[in-house]
Design a protein around this ligand. Structure first.
Ligand code: SF4
Length: 255
């Protein structure tokens, strides 16, 4: 690739960073661990190179037809956020709003997640990385993508076809903590049949990437924000999970 093309690609990448909410490539965080946000811990060069790798991955799967979900999707929802995030949120799959915008967690449940992040954890969405196990909207009725409430969890075949993309994302980002949002995501990430009520409230350490047995990440399962909207009392135990994440990352508690 010639120098000019590389320069154009880098400029495009910087524009994309700005669109994601970054004013500039953040510097290495030097403040004490107790108050450090889950912002990049890498050098600016590593931050940029991780962002580039994620962008290449996005481009690689931009027209993915590896499973039947491609037939009904409106947009692929690859994921967004900080390429060097210390904290990743992973849900089961996109819903209606995500399918129509191409962005993860932007519907009512996503707005609640953002509120928890901003008001509770004192973070920005751009401090963390948010994605799903599958990148296309699993629908009960795939003939009707314009119908709301048409969501279902992804099936085994869809997960098996899509999860390599998630492994690649994790390999690039290398988070310290993954928050599994909801039962299906927690079950898949922890390879268990146990329900979310028995999984939440615990911190699991897992070798999550098959090709990298030395890479260990902490997984904190919690209720899906959509469940919290339907069952507001569940916000109390869920907040305990978020506080546990803050403790692991050395963030100040907001209460
Ligand atoms: S869900 Fe994943 S594997 Fe299936 S078409 Fe979408 S991107 Fe490809």
């Amino acid at each position: 690739m010639c120098h000019c093309m590389q320069k154009d690609k880098f400029k495009k990448f910087l524009r994309q960073l700005k669109d994601m909410g970054f004013d500039a490539i953040p510097r290495v965080e030097k403040s004490p661990r107790e108050s450090r946000p889950p912002a990049p811990i890498n050098s600016p060069q590593e931050f940029a190179s991780k962002g580039k790798l994620l962008e290449e991955l996005r481009e690689k799967y931009a027209s993915c037809r590896n499973c039947p979900l491609s037939a009904s999707r409106t947009k692929i929802v690859f994921g967004e956020g900080n390429p060097s995030a210390r904290l990743m949120f992973i849900g089961e799959g996109p819903g209606f709003d995500e399918d129509h915008t191409g962005r993860p967690f932007v519907g009512r449940a996503g707005q609640l997640l953002t509120k928890i992040l901003v008001k509770g954890m004192k973070l920005k969405r751009s401090d963390v990385y948010i994605t799903n196990i599958v990148k296309c909207h699993p629908m009960k009725d795939p003939t009707n993508p314009e119908k709301r409430g048409n969501d279902r969890p992804p099936n085994f075949f869809e997960v098996s076809k899509c999860i390599p993309i998630l492994y690649e994302q994790i390999k690039i980002i290398r988070p310290e903590v993954i928050c599994a949002l909801g039962g299906p995501a927690a079950k898949i990430l922890l390879a268990t049949e146990a329900g979310i009520s028995s999984l939440r409230g615990k911190v699991f350490e897992r070798k999550i990437i098959p090709s990298e047995p030395d890479f260990i990440v902490k997984i904190v399962p919690t209720f899906h924000p959509a469940y919290l909207l339907r069952n507001p009392p569940a916000k109390v135990p869920a907040w305990k999970d978020y506080q546990e994440i803050m403790k692991i990352l050395g963030l100040k508690r907001s209460d």
